[in-house]
Design a protein around this ligand. Structure first.
Ligand code: TXA
Ligand code: MG
Length: 341
């Protein structure tokens, strides 16, 4: 066990974190999506430690984080489409997949010829990356398969004792991992993972270039072992340790919950008094992701809510699926994976 220091984002602490990264140590860092477990991407040993600390399979490639003026050509083959889209979406919660250069070790990309890169918008991440002369590899800072962290305390709870530093940048503003776009083909943008970027905004930025959605079947059939669009996007992910089930209508819920257990219920919006009074019998505890259906609020709250539910007395977690809206694809994607057996 090592001592984990939780650091406020002062100039001195940012220097300390940049130097630790430079030396090959791991630092958990805030981003606007989720917290990342960061290492110097030019230090292969340090990147190997990321996989070890997370318990992450080596077949799951890492995302590289860059300062806005980082010379991308050093690590990836820029395309015109990338150059156009980065002007619109960087800094921000969008990751681009491009062909990599030999500068990037095969370990980071799970042996793929491509590399995923992103320029985060979180002010603390920007400040830190500006102090680094190297790209920073960072997957979400959670043990492999568990719920992603949106606060420094979440990181401390599961990786405390395993890493030297957690840089505290407050609660993540977006709360869902970045949208991943493969922009290698000049005629087609392929969405590899849904995030907070809504499809209308993407299509507007894409202009004449078509947008391809991730194949539905990869999202719906756990028995489907065909190659994944984004390697490492496993069927079961983002999962609490308690059993998690989904329901789609509140009416249905009363019939499907057996009486014998304690439940934690997660609604997308505040439920009516009906459900709240059911709480009185102590069998059910109700939570909700938003007051009035704002999906950005749902995104911000999802992972923290799942952690609260995992720690609550309910033996089972039941979550209401998200109705159509700007973030419903991303939110339901995470929920379906969290519920997977
Ligand atoms: O918002 C985010 O993207 C967060 C923050 C920390 O930046 N990071 C994150 O990393 O979600 P992670 O490791 O949890 O998810 C990275 C995923 C991989 O599982 C894989 O699906 C995809 O990114 N990926 C990485 N490199 C790729 C590549 N070369 N080709 C296709 N997909 C790739
Ligand atoms: Mg992750």
């Amino acid at each position: 066990m090592m001592k984990t220091r939780l650091l406020s984002p002062t100039n001195d602490h940012l220097d300390l974190c940049a130097e630790a990264l430079q030396r090959g140590e791991l630092v958990a860092i805030p981003t606007e999506t989720v917290y990342g477990l960061a290492a110097n991407a030019f230090n292969e040993e340090a990147c190997r430690d990321i996989f070890a600390v997370k318990g992450r399979p080596l077949g799951d490639p890492l995302i590289l984080h860059l300062a806005k003026d980082y010379p991308v050509a050093e690590i990836a083959r820029e395309t015109d489409l990338f150059t156009r889209l980065r002007k619109v979406f960087w800094p921000g919660p969008v990751t681009f997949v491009l062909e990599k250069t030999p500068r990037i070790a095969a370990l980071l990309t799970a042996g793929l010829s491509s590399v995923a890169i992103r320029c985060p918008a979180h002010p603390v991440a920007k400040d830190l990356l500006r102090r680094c002369s190297f790209p920073v590899a960072a997957p979400s800072a959670n043990p492999f398969g568990y719920i992603s962290p949106t606060t420094a305390q979440h990181v401390e709870a599961s990786l405390g004792g395993k890493i030297p530093y957690v840089l505290d940048g407050g609660s993540a503003e977006v709360g869902l991992e970045s949208t991943i776009l493969d922009v290698r083909d000049p005629h087609k943008i392929r969405i590899l993972r849904y995030g907070s970027l809504d499809l209308t905004t993407l299509q507007e930025a894409a202009g004449d270039v078509s947008v391809e959605l991730p194949p539905e079947r990869a999202h719906q059939d756990p028995a489907d072992h065909s190659p994944r669009e984004a390697p490492g996007t496993l069927w079961r992910h983002y999962s609490p340790s308690k059993p998690l089930h989904l329901f789609t209508t509140r009416k249905q819920l009363k019939e499907i919950l057996p009486n014998s257990k304690k439940y934690s219920l997660l609604f997308h919006t505040r439920p009516s008094g009906d459900f709240l009074s059911a709480e009185a019998n102590a069998q059910v505890t109700c939570y909700w992701l938003s007051e009035n259906g704002d999906q950005e609020e749902m995104g911000r709250n999802l992972y923290a809510c799942l952690r609260t539910l995992d720690a609550s007395p309910g033996e089972e977690i039941w979550v209401e699926t998200i109705p159509p809206g700007p973030l419903s694809k991303a939110l339901n994607d995470r929920l379906v994976r969290a519920a997977a057996k």
